[in-house]
Ligand binder design. Structure first.
Ligand code: NAD
Length: 255
């Protein structure tokens, strides 16, 4: 049962300056949320575009999600400027494709530092505020690489698998505080990250193994995140990882 006013809503979107996070900011603003875009690299063009599209609804914070003190300050500033935080989307993340034997401990640490520890720091600090003010919802960005043994994804896939389990534990422990926690596991999505990481061979591989025979668009992931964040639409859904992947994980033999 909802314990807070769902009319006046503030969300924090990490990685909100690019790709899936940016599309999510647009989707949430259209749904009436006020949003803080928290990203380590917010370009002036992105600021201008978002400000124009959603006047008065967006604030920007340049923050590295692995910096515990900066994350704490971000939560306090968000609450002071925009009121209680009711939604958090953790889209800040990095990826790379490296064969298992070539994966170094440093690569593994860097990916886990941002994808896992960054998500942990942001959601723990944000959930404390939500718990004290009646509840809210969190959506973490996992990946189908956290559900399957995709080639070259030893470090990245392990980080996303960790996010899936973190999501489950948080959902259980935070249910008494009226906080729902879900994850979304996208398949390949056309974003700057995919453009940087996916070689022509990888693109061909995805086009053969995704039954819908295409990459997803950031907007298709964003609308699903908006659903999971919305107390009025998904109030009994928590602890889940929803694959948005053109049937990849449900598939078997495909023609
Ligand atoms: P993207 O590179 O377009 O956007 C990621 C954003 O995160 C960038 O704006 C970047 O500046 C920010 N960021 C990175 N490290 C940060 C840090 N330490 N602190 C603050 N901000 C930081 O990538 P995307 O494709 O939109 O990916 C978003 C999320 O979705 C990631 O977690 C990614 O793993 C996940 N994902 C992407 C795909 C895909 O195919 N694109 C598939 C599955 C999952």
């Amino acid at each position: 049962m909802t314990t807070f006013d769902t009319g006046e809503r503030t969300a924090l979107v990490t990685g909100g300056a690019s790709g899936i996070g940016l599309a999510t900011v647009h989707a949430l603003a259209s749904d009436g949320w006020k949003i803080v875009v928290a990203d380590r690299d917010v370009k002036e063009t992105v600021k201008a575009d978002l400000g124009k599209a959603h006047p008065g609804r967006i604030r920007f914070a340049q923050v590295d999600v692995t910096d515990e003190h900066a994350v704490g300050a971000l939560m306090a500033e968000t609450e002071a400027g925009f009121g209680p935080i009711r939604g958090i989307v953790c889209s800040a993340g990095i990826g790379r494709d490296t064969p298992f034997f070539d994966t170094t401990a440093d690569m593994f640490r860097q990916i886990h530092e941002i994808n896992v520890i960054g998500t942990f720091l942001v959601t723990q600090a944000g959930a404390r505020i939500m718990a004290a003010s009646g509840g809210g919802a969190i959506v973490n960005l996992a990946s189908i690489s956290g559900m399957r043994g995709n080639i070259g994804r030893a470090a990245y896939g392990a980080s996303k698998g960790a996010i899936i389990n973190l999501t489950q534990v948080m959902a259980v422990e935070l249910a008494p505080y009226h906080i729902r926690v879900n994850a979304i596991a996208p398949g390949p999505v056309e974003t700057p990250l995919a453009a940087a990481v996916h070689t022509p061979e990888i693109r061909e591989g995805w086009s053969k193994t995704v039954p819908q025979r295409r990459y997803g668009q950031p907007e298709e992931i964003a609308s699903t995140i908006a659903f999971l964040l919305d107390e009025n639409r998904s109030s009994y859904v928590t602890g889940q990882t929803l694959a948005a992947d053109g049937v990849f994980t449900a598939g078997g033999l495909i023609g």
